[in-house]
Design a protein around this ligand. Structure first.
Ligand SMILES: *Cc1c(COP(=O)(O)O)cnc(C)c1O
Length: 463
């Protein structure tokens, strides 16, 4: 029996949550012990009525929910959920398709294929590239680098999937000093080593210095992978991709671009100049759960060499042999059985359209500038980065004493205040507040009242 009331109850609780989301205190502090007290206890011997389970789950989880999907959450780079993407996600759960292969989920496989072609078009990447729907940019980096590892070793006559890395020709890995931590996690998991990398110096915005790359590449004889970045998590800056791509190519290396959020700038005519040269890379990682505002978890790996991508991922089982005429989603990702992530991505893209994606990205960047301008009006505020994208780094000056400690105190004060939520970071030796824009629902008014709360908090602490 389908319990319609149960599903209606869940929909109602979800809608109520979303209605209160904009007004909820953002990141209200909670004690883990109090969550354990209400949610914990031994597993019951007998089952509990599903409606009671859902009602109490919603009630007891509530104090520990962070309004990160709301308009005034500026921590990390999070993004919310577009209405169409969220609704498609509900259907995805109800349909419960195993989107691993075409046979078990034809609609999921075809929707992925369609969404993949839209993404290649939108981001202006090679139309023949392969796309995998992964959990996030971490696994997108992992998968792209696995394809890279396959290809650079195959060119050296080594089959890494069959033989592993023991005895293989050494693989050189080059990264910018500001490469994201997940690049190192991926390198560690791939046996390429977190600490074997060669690091290219960066400039004041965290961009890899292309003029320093030739010297580093000259030390790399044989298989080489270069990891560049589109969108620095602190400054939003882009590595000089055209130069990096040209240098990597003439060296015979593979270029992987981590564009977890920055790659979406390609969807905007006003911003795509940041990505000149990006299409000349060999693989790209990006997220759908950040700037595309698809619910967690959803990322995309894109590889210009489908054969290398598939060779790195494909696990062949005897019962899978046969006529693979259609695209099997698991050929392009590490998982075998998997959620049908394509539906929500498809729904997000279709509900926005090409223009809507561009507007979403441009609006976030405009709001970042609006925030920087609002804060800059105070003489006690210093904006540490060039606001070229969606990131703002802010330092607050105390009347006397250490600006680092004062900035830390302002961040804690803003978090307590609850109007907005921002985290802290250290940028080139300076402690700073980091403000990220990637939520579809953030408005000018949200930015203004958040800026006001930040300045009010700083003024109160200064007094
Ligand atoms: C967020 C981010 C990642 C990791 O992505 P997840 O989706 O959290 O796995 C990697 N690189 C950059 C630049 C990021 O911003």
């Amino acid at each position: 029996m389908i319990d319609r009331d149960l599903l209606a109850l869940a929909a109602d609780l979800a809608a109520r949550y979303l209605e209160t989301l904009p007004a909820r205190p953002v990141g209200k502090p909670v004690e883990a012990a109090s969550l354990r007290a209400t949610l914990g206890g031994p597993l019951p011997d007998d089952g509990v009525d599903p409606r009671m389970v859902i009602r109490e789950l919603a009630r007891d989880a509530d104090p520990g929910l962070v309004a990160s999907a709301g308009p005034c959450y500026f921590g990390f780079v999070i993004g919310g959920s577009l209405p169409a993407a969220l609704a498609a996600e509900w259907l995805t759960a109800a349909w419960d398709q195993d989107a691993g292969n075409y046979v078990s989920a034809p609609a999921a496989a075809v929707v992925e294929e369609v969404a993949a072609s839209w993404i290649l078009d939108l981001l202006d990447l090679p139309r023949e590239a392969s796309v995998g729907f992964v959990t996030g940019a971490t696994m997108a980096n992992f998968t792209g680098l696995a394809a890279a590892r396959h290809e650079v070793l195959a060119r050296a006559g080594w089959d890494v999937e069959a033989q592993g890395l023991i005895g293989a020709p050494p693989v050189h890995v080059v990264v910018g000093e500001e490469a994201h931590v997940t690049i190192f996690a991926a390198l560690g998991m791939l046996g390429l080593g977190r600490e074997r990398v060669r690091r290219v110096p960066i400039d004041g915005q965290g961009r890899m210095r292309a003029d320093a790359l030739p010297r580093v590449l000259a030390e790399c004889q044989g298989p080489t992978i270069v990891c560049a970045q589109a969108g620095n998590v602190n400054t939003g800056a882009f590595d000089p991709l055209a130069d990096v791509a040209a240098l990597t190519r003439s060296h015979g290396g593979w270029l992987h671009v981590d564009g977890a959020f920055g790659l979406w700038a390609a969807a905007s005519p006003a911003l795509r100049h940041h990505l000149v040269g990006a299409a000349a890379a060999d693989s790209w990682a990006t997220d759908a759960h950040k700037w595309l505002n698809v619910p967690y978890d959803s990322g995309l790996v894109i590889v210009a060499h489908p054969q290398a991508h598939r060779a790195a991922m494909r696990g062949v089982a005897s019962y899978l042999m046969g006529a693979a005429v259609e695209r099997d989603p698991f050929d392009w990702v590490p998982e075998f059985s998997r959620r049908a992530r394509g539906f929500a991505v498809y729904a997000a893209l279709r509900s926005l359209g090409r223009r809507g994606v561009a507007e979403l990205v441009e609006r976030c960047c405009r709001l970042a500038r609006r925030m920087a301008d609002a804060l800059r009006r105070s003489a006690e505020v210093e904006i540490l980065n060039e606001v070229v994208l969606n990131q703002v780094l802010v330092r607050f000056r105390p009347s006397r004493g250490d600006p680092g400690a004062f900035t830390r105190a302002v961040i804690a004060g803003v978090q307590r205040d609850g109007t907005a939520w921002c985290g802290g970071t250290t940028w080139q030796g300076k402690e700073a507040m980091r403000i990220s824009f990637s939520n579809w629902s953030t408005s000018d008014e949200d930015v203004d009242r958040s800026a006001e709360a930040m300045l009010r908090t700083a003024a109160a602490l200064r007094a």
